[in-house]
Design a protein around this ligand. Structure first.
Ligand SMILES: [Fe+2]
Length: 456
């Protein structure tokens, strides 16, 4: 009997988490930990963290512990397949025996990809998109030293790479691989104090997306939802302060915990279409992943409320947005209001058309030629991004079913409208997202990609 017609996700999978060190000064343990693992020569994979002095400091820490270190510092935002292959070449030519990723998600993800490539004798990283696609589990070890408050990649089995070369390009794919979990995660909030304010906001909204998607989605991993609820509360309580003053050690430490807990939650509880739309827009425009999530979050929550009003009411509680006597649906709407207020307080652009260059930006300067300098997609481009979004590995877990047309409408809303253009309307009167009287696609209609991520 095909039980997936009744039970969409009959078997959930809990993914193991690596050992971790968290707290001020934790980075100083990195070199001695590598020595204790028996490593002799590590490759430090990083974007360079220009102006912070962190790379030199960390290299000195390893050398002080008797571990040689070579630096690959060309990682780009939304890491590309060529970043991974270049890091692998540096690892191979340096005869290294371990990786150290230093920075945010781009550095950790590049190192994860390079580990997979190293374990498969230099095969192209684009061969490994998807769930558990690696054929060997004996990757070189990875110590992940995290410097941002969004990625969580230092503790997850996930990595995300932009394919710039195959027939699918541009395509930003997710690898979710048991071979990719890092060996040791290090979260030192002192390193996070060096982030520019914009990055605190963007990465903070990546954390909010991880936590909220895991909480409301169709997986409902009960061991993960308490962590994700707590992460939403920590973001609500600390992101404004961390954005307004990135030297606020208390706020930054709480954001460090939020990003770590949200990532542990989504490792097993998975995500939803905030991430699907973000991957699609990154593939075309090379925008910061967290900025995309900040732009997309209110629209996707608005779209998803009818599928899980009680879960969104819980998020409103986490965000201190409820009042006595509110109904469940009123609380759900209050959650959307609260997340819009948080986004605006943290300088998230109202839509992609109003997103402009920011430090180290690549908006409008994508890796391929002739990109427009603003994000104002025409109908043809919206359709291509909607197709990317529909086929993303994060889409099947989304609480509300989607079609190509609904994906396109959400993207159009993100591109041109205000964050609250659909919020607060009656649930059957959010016209562009299913619409009054519209029939939602059902399981088996073949709209949302079929099949469980975790079923066997
Ligand atoms: Fe993310």
């Amino acid at each position: 009997m095909d039980t997936t017609r009744v039970y969409e996700f009959p078997i959930r999978e809990h993914w193991r988490q690596p050992r971790a060190l968290l707290g001020p000064g934790a980075v100083e343990a990195a070199g001695p930990e590598a020595a204790a693992m028996g490593l002799k020569h590590v490759l430090i994979v990083t974007s360079g963290l220009a102006g912070t002095g962190i790379v030199d400091e960390v290299r000195g820490n390893f050398e002080g512990a008797g571990v040689s270190a070579t630096v690959y510092d060309k990682v780009e935002s939304n890491p590309k397949d060529y970043n991974v292959m270049d890091a692998y070449q540096a690892f191979s030519q340096g005869e290294c025996d371990g990786f150290v990723s230093l920075g945010g998600g781009s550095s950790h993800d590049t190192a994860k990809g390079a580990r997979i490539v190293a374990a498969h004798d230099g095969r192209n990283v684009n061969d490994f998109a998807g769930l558990n696609t690696s054929e060997r589990l004996d990757n070189p070890p990875q110590i992940a030293i995290n410097t941002t408050v969004g990625t969580g990649s230092e503790t997850t089995p996930a990595y995300v790479i932009t394919d710039t070369t195959s027939d699918n390009a541009p395509y930003k794919w997710v690898g979710f691989d048991r071979a990719c979990t890092t060996t040791l995660a290090i979260n030192d909030p002192v390193l996070m104090l060096t982030q520019p304010a914009e990055y605190v906001a963007y990465t903070g909204f990546d954390t909010m997306a991880h936590a909220s998607e895991c909480y409301v989605n169709r997986i409902q991993m009960h061991s993960a939802t308490p962590q994700s609820w707590q992460a939403v509360r920590l973001v609500e309580d600390n992101l404004r302060q961390a954005y307004a003053n990135p030297r606020d050690i208390d706020a930054m430490t709480n954001m460090m915990w939020a990003q770590y807990m949200a990532a542990q939650a989504f490792s097993s509880g998975l995500l939803g279409i905030i991430h699907s739309l973000s991957h699609a827009v990154c593939a075309w425009y090379d925008v910061h992943h967290g900025l995309n999530n900040g732009v997309g979050i209110a629209r996707v929550w608005t779209y998803n409320v009818p599928a899980a009003p009680g879960r969104f009411a819980d998020l409103a509680e986490a965000m201190h947005a409820t009042k006595r006597g509110m109904s469940r649906v009123e609380k759900a709407d209050a959650a959307i209001e609260a997340v819009i207020r948080l986004a605006r307080d943290c300088g998230i652009p109202e839509n992609w058309a109003s997103a402009r260059e920011y430090p180290k930006t690549r908006v409008g300067k994508g890796w391929y030629e002739n990109r427009p300098t603003t994000i104002e997609p025409d109908d043809d481009e919206l359709e291509k991004m909607a197709t990317h979004m529909l086929n993303d590995i994060c889409t099947p877990a989304n609480p509300r079913m989607v079609t190509l047309e609904t994906c396109k409408e959400i993207l159009r809303d993100c591109a041109f409208d205000t964050m609250d253009s659909k919020a607060g309307q009656p649930l059957n009167g959010r016209p562009t997202h299913g619409g009054a009287g519209a029939t939602l696609p059902r399981v088996g209609d073949g709209e949302t990609p079929a099949g469980s991520l975790v079923e066997r």
